[in-house]
Design a protein. Structure first.
Length: 300
């Protein structure tokens, strides 16, 4: 073998070794990159599903939204409602479907149980709350159910179990600060339902506090609309009596149990001719009133 052949042979061997080393290095880099990517994805998923809000647990203030359609939201949705609310979160997932609970940045509709869920009062509540507590993040557990009477929401029902499971899960990541409640329209259908309402409402509050092990958990109860019972669908004398009976039960609840607030619906307007649901502007005002009522409970 002459000198040129030896040089070429040595050069080929050297290039081959360099190629092998380069391939090994690339493989290692890919492996490291994959590990980093998997770690990032897992971290992201953990933050998304387990609720790592970027603040301490004590600064994640959780509110459970309970009731029927006026809490779920029946106000008109506008294009800007698709913009996520800063520092506000909403829980997704269903107990009876075996779905994992996950936090999402809140935007309307905050409820997603029924196709009728639209703009609700929770966003306005959160905005007012954050004005007073800018250091925290607000997290909603939306479990209101349009059209439901209180017997479909209390202990022993699937809706109650779903609310409880979500609240217990969320308690590991934040502080359950209170319940925002608006419901009662469906309990005005018969005199019997309206007569039972006060005791059922009282028992539901006691059950939630007991099951969550928060003895004085605040409950903020909103009144039925002033206009409810004035439209042709609900203005029969017996129906109006039932409506007034439920309104009186809600208004009197702070006299029966501690740490319960009542929110007036005076001056709020209806969305449509059925005269049941609040319009968008009224839900904003109502949400602010709920926040002020909660602040008053805190100060007492």
């Amino acid at each position: 073998m002459n000198l040129i052949e030896q040089i070429n042979r040595d050069s080929l061997a050297k290039n081959k070794n360099q190629s092998i080393k380069k391939m090994a290095m690339n493989a290692n880099l890919k492996r490291v990159g994959s590990i980093i990517l998997i770690f990032m994805v897992m971290t992201s998923m953990s933050a998304w599903s387990s609720g790592k809000f970027g603040v301490q647990k004590k600064d994640v203030h959780i509110f459970i939204l309970m009731g029927q359609s006026n809490m779920a939201g029946y106000g008109e949705l506008l294009p800007q409602d698709t913009v996520p609310l800063n520092k506000v979160w909403m829980l997704r997932g269903w107990t009876n479907k075996g779905a994992e609970f996950t936090w999402h940045q809140a935007k309307h509709p905050i409820h997603n149980r029924l196709g009728s869920d639209q703009f609700g009062l929770a966003g306005a509540f959160a905005k007012k709350y954050l004005e007073k507590h800018p250091e925290v993040e607000v997290a909603f557990i939306p479990v209101a159910y349009g059209g439901a009477e209180i017997s479909s929401l209390n202990k022993g029902t699937d809706v109650y179990a779903d609310a409880l499971n979500k609240a217990i899960w969320a308690k590991e990541q934040g502080i359950v600060k209170g319940i925002l409640w608006h419901q009662g329209e469906s309990d005005t259908v018969t005199p019997e339902k309206s007569k039972d309402y006060s005791e059922r409402m009282k028992q539901l509050i006691l059950d939630v506090r007991s099951d969550l092990k928060i003895d004085n958990l605040p409950f903020v109860l909103g009144n039925l609309a002033e206009f409810y019972g004035t439209g042709p669908d609900h203005d029969a004398p017996e129906r109006v009596k039932s409506i007034n009976r439920v309104k009186s039960s809600l208004r009197n609840m702070p006299n029966l149990l501690p740490n319960v607030a009542f929110v007036e619906s005076k001056g709020l307007k209806a969305r449509q001719h059925h005269m049941v649901h609040f319009n968008r502007e009224s839900l904003i005002i109502f949400g602010q009133r709920y926040a002020n009522a909660f602040f008053k409970l805190q100060s007492n």
